[in-house]
Structures are given as C-alpha cells and as structure tokens.
Ligand binder design. Structure first.
Ligand SMILES: Nc1nc2c(ncn2[C@@H]2O[C@H](COP(=O)(O)OP(=O)(O)O)[C@@H](O)[C@H]2O)c(=O)[nH]1
Ligand SMILES: [Mg+2]
Length: 295
C-alpha cells in the first residue's frame, strides 16, 4: 500500500503488452547481468533487462498510526517519508538504466480528460517513427488507452494500478523491462489521471510535462501547486475551445508562473493540431540532447 495517500495494493497491479507482438517487432529482453544471477535477495541487479530493483525482505509492517516498524531493527520511521525515499532510490536506478541506453522518458501528467491520450495519438501519427516512440500507459483499470495507442501501430505496455492513484518508480522499472525500448528512442509515460499524487513519485524520467486544458479553468495551478511546481513544461490543451469559454490563456500563464517561474509553457490543440510543431520541437531537443551525451 502507498502510505503517502493510502492507495494501491501490490497484488492488484497488472502489466499488459497490448496487442500481439508482430514477428521481429520486439527485441529480446537483454540481460543486464554479465554473470550468472540465481534468484537471491542481493540488491542492485535487474532481471531480464529490467532496471535493477530492490528486493525487500521482510516486508515492513504498516501501523494504523501511519508509521512502520522496519525489521529487524524495530526502528520506527514515518511511512510516507520512507516510501518516497525508497521510490527515489528506484527512480535513480531507472535513470541510470535509461542513461545507459540513451532513452529519453517524458512523464505526462494531468487530471483525467485533459487530453493526454489524444495528444499522444496525434504525436505518434505525426512524429512517432522519427523518435522511435513507445508508450507506457497508466490507468487504474481497463486497457482502453493502451488499445487506443496500439491502434496507431505504436508499441505500448499498459499498467493497471488497481486502487493506486499514481505510477511509481518500481512499476516504471517493470514497465520498462516489458517495453524494452530501443537505444536512442523516446518513451512517453501517460501517468494515472490525477493532479495530486503523481507529482510526488519520481519515475526516473527525463522530462515532466503537465497537461491542463482550458475547460478546467485557470485556477488549477494555484489549487494543485505541487503538480505544477514539478513541471518542466506545461501544455495548455484544447485551445480550439477558447472562443466558447470565458477564460484567457494569460490567466493560466500567470498562475503557472506563480507556482513555477521556471516552467516552459505551450498552448495547443491536440484535436485541431495548433501548437503541435512547438511540442515536437521540445521532444526533438530531448532526444538529441540525450543521444549527444556520452553514454
Ligand atoms: N476540443 C478538444 N477536445 C479535446 C482535445 N484534446 C482532447 N480532447 C477531448 O477530451 C476528451 C478526453 O481526452 P483524452 O485524450 O482521453 O484525455 P486523458 O484522460 O487526459 O487521456 C476526449 O473527448 C477528447 O476528444 C482538444 O485539443 N480539443
Ligand atoms: Mg488517457
């Protein structure tokens, strides 16, 4: 269970590669180990091309007061703090795994319905092959978004979190192992639709993008400041609806700046296509920067 917000149960999490893989479409998962690695409780090694993950035994026992006794020392540590610290360690391992392969990852976060999947569908159709784009989809239930992405011909792994309201670094490690992105390629993660918890969980991504849409109202950056504060880029989507709404883009911009002066901003319409070229420019920059860096 996630003690930060009380969501999620490990046994409910499911990973599905959506659609039958076509011959030669998937690379065989490569083995990180350069030595035999019988299953043990040693730490720091990935299995089957997966970013290394910590095996924790025995599991800590949560207490109703929000604390945990870690065994065997019996020390009491605030559970939320401990879970986020553990997540950060896994995120660092994911980052190292990705850097080794020069794979860039965009973590796409927003409220449900802001247009993340629509944005992805258009992005894949227009520049997917250029970036070797593949996708990790996060939703509590259903393969619906995974199937939408799969219909574009793009490779996609759907993660269903059950009661969980966010992806975490451990799910990301397992999703990456399943996806096996090609070296030098771009992975876009569509996080669970939620403007709160995904902001707290570092996945090891290269770039954090928060999508907000003009129909949500310009006050959201102020109401959910944590989410907007972690963004490298804020996309203001559904600009085609501006003529019908009593809302100004300048209001969004002012409120985003208030919580995150460094964030970049782009206004676009995923359905009509306005502003998409600038978005592709950001993706291009990400991929070229990463592949220019020494592995
Ligand atoms: N008018 C308009 N509708 C959009 C735009 N982007 C997405 N939508 C619609 O918003 C709804 C939710 O989109 P979806 O991509 O599923 O949102 P997600 O939950 O963030 O993945 C759908 O009905 C989309 O057609 C846009 O740029 N303009
Ligand atoms: Mg979606």
């Amino acid at each position: 269970m996630c003690a930060t917000c009380g969501c999620g149960h490990e046994e409910q999490i499911r990973f599905t590669t959506v659609g039958a893989p076509e011959p030669g479409q998937y690379r065989q998962p490569e083995h990180l180990e350069d030595h035999p690695h019988p299953h043990s409780h040693e730490h720091g090694h990935g299995h089957h091309g997966e970013p290394a993950r910590e095996h924790e035994h025995p599991h800590p026992h949560p207490h109703p007061n929000g604390s945990v006794h870690s065994q065997p020392s019996g020390r009491t540590v605030p559970l939320a703090q401990r879970i986020l610290a553990k997540n950060d360690q896994q995120a660092d391992r994911n980052r190292a795994w990705l850097a080794e392969r020069q794979v860039a990852v965009v973590n796409l976060m927003s409220a449900p319905g802001s247009g993340k999947t629509t944005l992805l569908e258009r992005t894949i159709a227009e520049v997917g092959p250029r970036f070797g784009l593949s996708v990790i989809e996060g939703d509590q239930e259903t393969l619906l978004d995974g199937e939408r992405i799969r219909a574009t011909g793009c490779r996609v792994v759907q993660i269903n979190t059950g009661a969980g309201c966010h992806l975490d670094a451990d799910m990301m490690a397992r999703g990456l192992a399943e996806l096996a992105p090609s070296p030098g390629s771009l992975v876009v993660v569509e996080n669970v639709g939620n403007l709160v918890c995904p902001a707290l969980f570092d996945l090891g991504e290269t770039y954090r993008v928060v999508v907000t849409s003009v129909t949500e109202g310009a006050d959201k950056p102020l109401k959910y400041p944590q989410m907007f504060a972690v963004a490298d880029l804020v996309l203001i989507n559904k600009s085609d609806l501006l003529p019908y709404l009593d809302v100004e883009v300048s209001e969004f911009e002012k409120n985003v700046r208030q919580v995150n002066p460094a964030a970049q901003l782009l206004t676009l319409s995923a359905t009509h296509g306005d502003g998409m070229i600038a978005w592709y420019g950001r993706l291009e920059l990400l991929v070229t920067r990463l592949t220019a860096a020494p592995p």
